[in-house]
Design a protein around this ligand. Structure first.
Ligand code: PAF
Length: 288
């Protein structure tokens, strides 16, 4: 496996593969890789076949973190991540520095952003106003560097996948976006690099996100005509408040294509929530 640190180096490699008609599957990550990331890598491998190449990027992208968020604390372990990628048969690991991705003196000489203006306004976008602008900008940059045929994203960041798909469609970017299922711990907690922050009894309380989704699924089983979203939101706030360290940031019920909020929740509606467990903000989602 090659470890490539420079934008030009990765572009040269990707161009060489492109000219040889080698298909490239790409898994963009912020590192601190876990089993969920590895499932995305395997999906990329299946998409490109044994002759294709799989590229993983590891870059903790500063522009998608808001002021006061966990950019500096975000867990990093490139050595361990590289070992995991090597074991999984990754062909190239792109791990650029900030200076490579945002050249110049810090962010001052970087002034071009890509903004999706509809799907990125709600939920995560409302809670973290500059987040998706940072995501779409860095994803376009990474696509321009790795030149992939396929890019695999995890369903845990459901809204991110929807925003990226819309961007790719609107800007005619020749990359197929594939969304792979959320990988969960045996007790239902969605795998996330941020789970590392959950010390002591916080880890057990974090399962409340998954339980909240299950709770709504069970409620809908006996209510085939649906339940009011407001009623469910009130119930879930009480349910989540029972965990001493948990604080609901938002819970939303929406159409999975348009992300438009639904007033009446029925089977097939999508649910997403963000909950603080202590200082750690976790997200999860599921189809009901
Ligand atoms: O999902 C992530 O890990 C990040 O948002 C991504 C897509 C790698 C962009 O920084």
């Amino acid at each position: 496996m090659r470890i490539v640190k420079s934008v030009r180096g990765m572009q040269r490699l990707a161009l060489r593969w492109k000219r040889a008609s080698v298909r490239v599957g790409f898994v963009p990550t912020m590192g601190y890789l876990h089993a969920g990331h590895m499932s995305l890598v395997r999906r990329a491998r299946r998409l490109v076949g044994p002759r294709g190449k799989v590229v993983v990027s590891i870059y903790v992208n500063p522009t998608q973190f808001g002021p006061g968020e966990d950019f500096s604390a975000y867990p990093r372990d490139l050595t361990k991540d590289a070992q995991a990628c090597r074991r999984e048969g990754v062909d190239a690991l792109f791990a650029p520095t900030d200076a490579e991705m945002y050249p110049g003196d810090g962010r001052n000489q970087f002034s071009t952003y890509v903004t999706e203006q509809s799907l990125s306004r709600v939920m995560e976008g409302a809670a973290r106003p500059t987040h998706f602008r940072g995501v779409t900008t860095v994803v376009v940059k990474l696509f321009n560097v790795a030149l992939p045929d396929f890019a695999v994203f995890g369903a845990k960041d459901f809204q991110q996948s929807a925003v990226v798909r819309r961007m790719v469609r609107d800007l005619d970017i020749p990359v197929r976006i594939v969304v792979a299922p959320t990988y969960r711990e045996p007790d239902g907690l969605a795998m996330s690099s941020r789970n590392k922050y959950l010390e002591g009894n916080l880890r057990a309380q974090a399962v409340v996100l998954w339980r909240a989704i299950q709770r709504v699924r069970v409620a809908l089983r006996t209510r085939s005509r649906g339940v009011s979203a407001q009623q469910l939101k009130t119930d879930l706030k009480g349910f989540i408040d029972r965990e001493p360290a948990a604080r609901l940031d938002y819970v939303e019920f929406f159409d999975p294509e348009t992300l438009r909020p639904m007033l009446k929740v029925t089977a097939g509606t999508h649910m997403a929530l963000a909950v603080f467990i202590g200082q750690t903000r976790l997200i999860d989602n599921g189809r009901l």
